[in-house]
Design a protein around this ligand. Sequence first.
Ligand code: HH2
Length: 287
Amino acid sequence: MIAAPRRAFTLSLPGRAPLTLGPRTLLMGVINITPDSFSDGGDRLDPSRALEAAVAMQEAGADLVDIGAESTRPGATPVDADEELARLLPVLKALAPRVSLPISVDTYKGAVARAAIAEGAVVLNDISGLRADPSVAAVAAAAGAPLVLMHSRGGPGTLHAEAAYADVVGEVGAELQAAVARAVEAGVPRGQVVVDPGLGFAKKAEHSLAALAGLPALAALGLPLLVGPSRKSFLAAAGLRPASDRDWATAAAVTAAVLGGAHIVRVHRVAEMIQVVRVADAIRDAR
Ligand code: HH2
C-alpha cells in the first residue's frame, strides 16, 4: 500500500512550545458551544460542561481543542459577534487556566478572534478562508498565532448552490492558494498557515469524497493539511445514519485522511479516534 508522503512542519504558538507536525498525526478535539451544531449542539453551552469535555479530550490524548460558538452547518442561524463572544468568553475563561492543550477558536470574525486571543486562544480556525472578514489574518499576524484556512464557497445560505466543480481537487487547491496569498499579504508568515479542504462545505457528498481521495495533491501547496471528516453527512452516502451514529464511518474517513497525508484531523470523539490515528500512523511508518 502506498501512503502519501507527509512533510514535517513546525508551527509557533504564542507564549508556548511550538507544535511539531508530520512525524505523527495530531488530533484536534471539537467542542461546539452552540445550541444547534449538527452533531453535538446544546451539549456544552455551559462553561462547566465545556471544561469537562476539554479535560476528557486532554486525558484521552488530544493535541489541541477547537472551540466553536457558531454552528456552520447548512441552514444554521448566523450569530453576530456579540452573541458569539457571549458564548465563547466564559468558556475560554474556564478553560485557559485549567487545560494545558493549545486552544484553537473556530471563527471567521476578526472581533471574535481578537477577543479569543486575549483570553488565551493560540490558534485561529477560519472556515471562510478569509473571505468573510480579512481582519482575522491581521489578528493572527499580530498575535503570532497559526491560522487554519478552510476551503468553502458562499455562505451558510448558499453553500449548496456553490457546490459545482469540474475538477474539485484542482479548484479547491487553487482557491486555497488564493486564501494563503490573502493571509501572507496581511502579514501572516506562510509557515504559520494550515490549509483544509473543507469537507462538507459547498460540496456534495461526491465532492467531499473526491477531495478526501485527492488529498495527496493538496500537499503540493507545501503547507500542513488539516482535515475534518467527523460525523459529516457525506459519510451517510455510504450508509444512512444520524450524525451521532457516524463514528465508525468517521474512522474510515480519518484513516483515509492520515494515509492521504493529513497532519491534523479534527474529530468529535478523541478517545476512539486516537486508536484509529495511531494504527493509521503505524501503517504509514511500516511502508
Ligand atoms: N468543520 C466544521 C466546523 N469547523 N473547521 C475546519 N478547519 N475544518 C472543518 O472541517 C470544520 C471546521 C463543521 O463541524 P462541526 O463543528 O461539528 O459542526 P457545526 O459547524 O454545526 O458546529
